[in-house]
Write a protein that binds this ligand. Structure first.
Ligand code: GTP
Ligand code: MG
Length: 358
């Protein structure tokens, strides 16, 4: 961007002929950066994305009263996002994601921020973060990943794209991504008493060690982007989402003893260091892969509080829901699952900071 454009951008200058459609979000010029979510089976990807969607909806409603506008535009595509959000609000975890072969309409979120500038109300800065949601079923994702591994050049990646079977979305993702959001279930921490392996026997080529599967998923993307720097935007950030963090609370002491460091993922001052040492201890390969890149790596804890009961078919626990009487915030507490809303808002802030950098 030229210096003059950078300056215009800084002050939020809009040419006067643009004023007529000031409120139309579709016509605005925006910066778009692609952020993608990845994870193996039962990692909690769908739950995480639905939580992010729900938080974005609460935030968008609130922002109507404020000077800083925030909009959330969900594009469901072949996915089921809106329904999954509604399920969370009713206290149910969303169903397992079905295998999809057709990906002509790409599911995505768009977050849009409109902030007034120092120069008054006619000057606003609008930024949009586009977030293709690669919410494949975990088993499909792990089967597609070896294909990415085999594609080393842009031509090979294009050939893969033409071969269909959902690889189209995967290749676009790999090419365009500026940030990755790996989603990791706390239950996959090998070496802890809560450890549960992925259903690895069911799928050819999967390791019984979650750390290996994560490296196989992230490694080829990182390598590809490094080798094809001329053709695709660089990877700027990695945000690691540790889901089902509630499972860690009864064993925080044990974790702390193993890592030799204080462990409290929910305490803002030490959350990042806590989860960084957690990753280093229980996902050492993945930790070395992502932390050696010299990128900004940020960790986010995530969990939905369980209410101690089971869902009808007894396969999933139920999520505790907000009771309008147990909070002074009664106005906003209806149809709200109890979850790490604070941390979801931090993720949205993190995305904003990243997406609004020109
Ligand atoms: N205790 C607890 N369990 C969770 C949490 N998030 C997810 N789970 C459990 O993990 C299961 C899988 O979550 P999903 O969001 O469907 O995982 P996914 O990665 O989308 O899985 P696939 O689509 O099958 O690959 C849920 O049904 C819950 O039982 C959480 O915050 N706390
Ligand atoms: Mg899913």
């Amino acid at each position: 961007m030229s210096l003059i454009n950078k300056f215009k951008d800084f002050v939020g200058y809009q040419p006067s002929n643009d004023v007529s459609n000031k409120t139309s979000m579709l016509d605005r010029k925006v910066t778009t950066k692609t952020i993608v979510t990845l994870g193996t089976m039962r990692a909690g990807k769908t739950t995480f994305l639905s939580g992010l969607g729900a938080t974005a909806q609460y935030k968008a409603s609130e922002s109507a009263k404020m000077d800083n506008k925030f909009r959330f535009i969900p594009k469901e595509g072949t996915g089921n996002l809106l329904d999954d959000i509604a399920e969370l609000r009713c206290g149910h975890f969303p169903p397992a994601t079905p295998i999809i072969n057709n990906s002509t309409v790409k599911p995505a979120f768009a977050f849009e921020w409109e902030d007034p500038t120092f120069f008054g109300q006619h000057f606003t800065v609008i930024r949009q973060a586009d977030m293709p949601v690669i919410d494949y079923a975990g088993e499909q994702l792990v089967q597609l990943m070896p294909k990415v591994k085999s594609a080393r050049t842009i031509d090979q990646m294009m050939a893969l794209k033409a071969s269909g079977e959902g690889t189209d979305q995967l290749t676009v993702t790999v090419n365009q991504a500026s940030a990755l959001l790996p989603v990791i279930n706390a239950e996959r921490a090998e070496g802890l008493p809560i450890f549960k392996p992925e259903p690895y026997e069911k799928i050819k080529g999967m390791s019984k060690h979650p750390d290996v599967n994560l490296q196989r998923m992230l490694g080829p993307i990182i390598e590809y982007k490094h080798d094809n720097r001329k053709y695709c935007p660089p990877l700027e950030r990695i945000g690691v989402v540790v889901t089902a963090c509630d499972l860690l609370f009864p064993i925080t002491q044990a974790i702390s003893e193993r890592t030799g460091r204080p462990f409290d993922p929910l305490k803002p001052e030490i959350s990042n260091e806590s989860l960084d040492s957690f990753m280093k201890a229980f996902f050492p390969g993945t930790h070395s892969l992502i932390s050696s890149l010299g990128l900004n790596v940020q960790y986010f804890p995530c969990y939905f509080e369980l209410d101690g009961y089971w869902d009808q078919d007894k396969t999933d626990p139920r999520i505790r829901r907000g009771n309008i009487f147990d909070s002074p915030d009664w106005e906003h507490n209806v149809n709200r699952p109890k979850y790490t809303e604070y941390w979801f808002n931090r993720i949205i802030e993190w995305l904003k900071e990243f997406a609004t950098r020109v």
